[in-house]
Design a protein around this ligand. Structure first.
Ligand code: 3NM
Length: 215
């Protein structure tokens, strides 16, 4: 995929701070891309800014090499500094309109949503894509109630912009999420925490593609 067709993505992989013991973030993300991640996000809530910036520069170099879009979670300044393709914002982060004013029309802006009302608001506000989740309980974002595949079903019916199912999705439950209407899957722990990151991505891609063929 190149940047111009970024919205066709199927497998969105986010970095995890606690999921790659003994392996570098960059190594893990390169394996993810080799396995089929077609958009990646740098998310490092507990990392000091200076280190985050260094990681972002390194990930920008990697994603440029593979022609994969790079999204930065939350930090617009870091996104601008490394010329990332966009940012991902939570409901409590900078409002979408402010982010758009700062980043301009070409930036990809994604918003986390946890209900169909939030999805519709983000779509109306000019989001380029939204996250729909957490579908299942997840230790990666603890304390947030799972929205279940019910919300995935509503998103499939009502959301017009690209959307990605996220939260607690594994190779064991992804079929359910796809069956509920998700065409794009996002995962952290099931991919960056697996022994073979590239194979995990290949397996996710296969499941997404199988479903699309049978539709
Ligand atoms: N955002 P894992 S759920 C980063 O629902 C994130 O907005 C979510 O990690 C949301 O694949 C989530 O390990 C965690 O469950 C995803």
């Amino acid at each position: 995929m190149n940047r111009w067709s970024w919205s066709d993505f199927q497998l969105y992989v986010i970095t995890g701070e606690n999921y790659h013991p003994g392996r570098s973030m960059l190594e893990v993300m390169e394996q993810a891309i080799i396995g089929g991640a077609d958009i990646v996000q740098l998310r490092a809530k507990d990392t000091p800014k200076e280190e985050l910036l260094a990681q972002a520069f390194a990930l920008r170099e990697l994603t440029d090499r593979y022609h994969v879009p790079l999204i930065i979670n939350d930090h617009l300044d870091v996104a601008i500094a490394v010329q990332a393709d966009g940012v991902h914002l939570g409901q409590e982060d900078l409002p979408l309109a402010e982010a758009r004013r700062i980043l301009g029309p070409a930036a990809i802006i994604g918003i986390s949503t946890h209900s169909i009302e939030q999805a519709i608001e983000a779509e109306a506000g000019g989001a380029d894509y939204i996250g729909v989740g957490p579908v299942f309980p997840t230790g990666t974002k603890p304390g947030r109630q799972a929205v279940t595949t019910e919300y995935v079903r509503s998103a499939a019916e009502r959301v017009k912009i690209p959307w990605v199912a996220i939260g607690g999705i594994t190779l064991s439950n992804v079929d359910e999420v796809i069956a509920a209407g998700a065409a794009r899957i996002c995962a952290v722990s099931a991919i960056v925490g697996s022994d073979n990151v590239a194979d995990a991505c290949r397996a996710f891609r296969e499941k997404i593609n199988q479903q699309q063929i049978s539709q």
